[in-house]
Design a protein around this ligand. Structure first.
Ligand SMILES: [Zn+2]
Length: 68
């Protein structure tokens, strides 16, 4: 369901806006990866491609693993 259209925000039920594929770099000193992934960011460094959605109302961000 990573490409499902019309996804609703879990927090406020607003329509989420697809941001497309984003590449997160996990591991190393990537502050962004640590922010999103927490302890997962402590794992071996790699590029992680995710589908990102953003809520225009409450700014909640949802990430889905693309398996790449
Ligand atoms: Zn929201």
């Amino acid at each position: 369901m990573s490409d499902a259209p019309g996804m609703k925000c879990l927090r406020c039920q607003s329509e989420m806006v697809p941001l497309g594929h984003e590449t997160l770099v996990t591991g190393g000193s990537g502050a962004t990866a640590k922010f999103f992934l927490g302890q997962l960011a402590e794992m071996q460094e790699k590029n992680w491609v995710v589908n990102a959605y953003r809520c225009p109302n409450c700014h909640h961000i949802e990430l889905f693993d693309t398996g790449q």
